[in-house]
Write a protein that binds this ligand. Structure first.
Ligand SMILES: [Zn+2]
Length: 203
């Protein structure tokens, strides 16, 4: 049996998204067809709203263009000499939720197991270096915390990133202790994250 082309198109588009496989996308499509008016309109409006999100060119976390500026980068209460590098936006959300970090961020983007930093990673690191030089007192961060998950990709890339940033910080540290090996920061609970942050190791 072949799927109606509209459903096939929906499944193809949604299967591309992280965490959604073809089977889940198919189930979602059929579920949405049960109630044309309400759910489809809500979903379409929510997706349309994502167009108003822009990427901060300083920390690379998305913000609403209706706000006009990145709330993280423009918050004067945040420590301007303390920086944290995370892999994904969802890692930043988890760290913020844990409430144990009040410095500035850099979202570097998905890391490869090969440990190779691509052009986009390099661009974001260069931006971080410029931000530190321009805004941190004495042009050097007091500390840069590398908050990569303790996965193969996280471990390999943490070393490279630390090496690259050494001239820009008095201390480079890594969180991860307390988070199970292979575990992901975005799925760690607040207490574990706060503990991992408190027990970070310097490299
Ligand atoms: Zn920002």
């Amino acid at each position: 049996m072949t799927l109606p082309p509209e459903i096939k198109k929906f499944v193809d588009a949604f299967s591309e998204l992280p965490g959604i496989g073809p089977r889940q996308a198919t189930r979602l499509a059929f579920r949405l067809t049960h109630d044309h008016t309400q759910h489809i309109e809500q979903l379409a409006a929510a997706m349309e709203g994502l167009r108003d999100i822009v990427l901060c060119e300083t920390c690379f976390f998305p913000y609403s263009s209706s706000v006009g500026h990145c709330p993280l980068c423009t918050d004067p209460a945040r420590d301007q000499s303390l920086f944290m590098i995370v892999e994904k936006e969802t890692d930043l959300i988890a760290i913020e939720r844990a409430g144990a970090f009040h410095g500035r961020y850099c979202v570097i983007g998905s890391l490869e197991k090969s440990g190779v930093l691509d052009a986009e990673h390099e661009r974001r690191l260069a931006t971080l270096q410029n931000t530190i030089t321009a805004t941190a007192p004495d042009g050097k961060a007091r500390e840069i915390i590398i908050a990569f998950s303790p996965t193969t990709a996280g471990d390999i890339n943490a070393g490279r990133v630390a090496q690259r940033l050494r001239p820009y910080a008095q201390t480079i540290s890594r969180i991860g202790r307390g988070i199970p090996t292979g575990g992901e920061i975005e799925f760690a609970d607040d207490e574990t994250l706060a503990e991992a942050l408190g027990r970070r190791s310097t490299s």
